[in-house]
Design a protein around this ligand. Structure first.
Ligand code: SF4
Length: 222
């Protein structure tokens, strides 16, 4: 298992402004300073080769991952990188103790910004270490086609994640610490976003427009 730790995260008010759009910037600047020492970003990933490609399933390390979309995305791919990234539990514990809901929201948003930056760090590392021009990722639970239950097989592939960086899944399949993300990176010619296949409206996290033609092409819209 490959490990990136520590991942250095810089946080500045401009990034918070982009994310929050409106707010008490003096308070947020103070909270950024509070948050910085509480962030402990790290990541682990595996370098895996696909053993078998079935109709709507791929087998990696003897473990079955079932998703029509993932299967299609891996059509021309041999090597993948299952990963887990976290910023640790300290910031969310601080937010949980906050009585002021707005302050709690600001701290939560700062945590999301930090997690995005940790993701970018892992992506940059994969690009440079493996000389990959373009990478995409999928995460269990982001599409009906690859439900949250698929965290179990994913964490079976990443079985060292808890010992290595302290991330585990609960019986309800939530990750602890909560500010963690998991999934699989794979090389692509054109960047794939699960959002392109997700019709959900009003999602703050949307990264690409819903594409009905693409949903048909992937066989998840009849
Ligand atoms: S639109 Fe939102 S819910 Fe749907 S895949 Fe993108 S981030 Fe997830």
């Amino acid at each position: 298992m490959e490990k990136l730790e520590p991942i250095s995260i810089s946080l500045d008010i401009e990034e918070a402004k982009n994310k929050l759009r409106t707010g008490d910037w003096d308070q947020i600047q103070t909270l950024l300073e509070v948050a910085k020492p509480l962030i402990s970003a790290k990541a682990v990933y595996e370098i895996c080769y696909i053993e078998e490609k079935l109709e709507d399933t791929v087998i990696i390390d003897g473990i079955r991952l079932s998703s029509r979309v993932l299967r299609k995305n891996l059509e021309k791919v041999g090597r993948v990188f299952p990963y887990v990234i976290t910023i640790g539990a300290n910031l969310e514990q601080k937010a949980d103790l906050c009585m002021d809901l707005l302050e709690q929201y600001y701290l939560d948003t700062i945590g999301n910004i930090a997690l995005l930056k940790a993701r970018k760090h892992l992506e940059d590392h994969l690009h440079s270490r493996f000389a990959i021009d373009s990478l995409s990722y999928m995460s269990p639970g982001s599409l009906v086609d690859w439900p949250i239950e698929e965290q179990r097989p994913l964490f079976s592939i990443l079985k060292g994640a808890e010992a290595s960086i302290g991330v585990k899944i609960t019986e309800n399949l939530l990750m602890i610490p909560r500010k963690s993300v998991s999934g699989i990176y794979f090389p692509t010619e054109i960047t794939f976003y699960s959002c392109q296949l997700c019709p959900r409206q009003s999602c703050e996290g949307r990264k690409a427009k819903y594409n009905e033609d693409m949903a048909r092409e992937y066989g998840i819209l009849k």
